[in-house]
Write a protein that binds this ligand. Structure first.
Ligand SMILES: [Mg+2]
Length: 239
């Protein structure tokens, strides 16, 4: 039996979209290193599907600055953002922004030997890790690929995630056994560019029709019906 690798997007898929502390943290990181861009927010850009390292370049370009960012500046931006985000959430916890059905679904999938779990997200690793710790999700996701990786765009994260999953789980994951679960057409494209399948969920800002038009292999209104999600994951990857 070949295991299936299920790679979850984070914002809009596991957790409600629009965490203002996350936006403020990334803005703070960029503005600390590039004060001349302080009048531009990542909210002024089209955020969907973008890696956070792409957003840094987008803010600089929108501010009329040279959008090439040295790696050490990027590292400082992300470190500042993570510190700001950590401070914003200090001492707060709770489930209030987990989307419906997520915890029971993750419990089931994590306990099922037919599946292996990971994340694939445009968010930077330190902020995603803070979110996961706060919401008690960290143990479900031993591997991931993140928005601060040294890659160009989201589809570049898929081979990284698969490689890390193969090393961690000690088993190969051929592309027909890899599923991306996400809330935007960018998640769908990321899956298909890499030969994987896409389960799209309309808990972000895209309605079911838009996700279907984007070519998602399965579209669900949300992930609340655990049996239905598991059945879809199995159908998409062959019994
Ligand atoms: Mg998302």
């Amino acid at each position: 039996m070949t295991r299936r690798l299920v790679l979850f997007d984070v914002d809009g898929t596991l957790i409600e979209r629009g965490d203002p502390a996350h936006v403020a943290a990334i803005d703070r990181g960029i503005h600390t290193v590039f004060p001349a861009a302080a009048h531009v927010s990542i909210l002024d850009l089209d955020l969907d599907g973008k890696l956070e390292r792409q957003l840094v370049r987008g803010v600089l370009a929108a501010a009329g600055l040279e959008p090439t960012v040295p790696e050490d500046s990027l590292a400082t931006i992300f470190q500042t953002a993570a510190e700001f985000y950590r401070a914003a959430w200090d001492g707060r916890s709770g489930d209030h922004d987990l989307l419906p059905g997520i915890r029971p679904l993750l419990d089931r999938v994590a306990d099922d030997p037919r599946f292996a779990l990971g994340v694939l997200t445009g968010g930077i690793r330190p902020i995603v890790e803070i979110k996961f710790r706060r919401l008690g999700l960290a143990d479900y996701f031993p591997i991931g690929a993140f928005g601060d990786e040294d890659v160009e765009e989201r589809p570049d994260l898929l081979p990284l995630a698969v490689k890390r999953a193969e090393a961690h789980y000690g088993t190969p994951f051929p592309s027909n056994r890899v599923i991306i679960v996400g809330d935007t057409p960018h998640d769908v494209r990321c899956a298909h560019v890499g030969g994987a399948t896409a389960l799209a969920v309309a808990t972000g800002r895209y309605p079911e029709d838009a996700l279907r038009d984007a070519g998602a292999d399965v579209v669900l209104p949300d992930l609340a019906d655990t049996d239905r999600v598991i059945a879809a994951l199995l159908t998409l990857t062959g019994e």
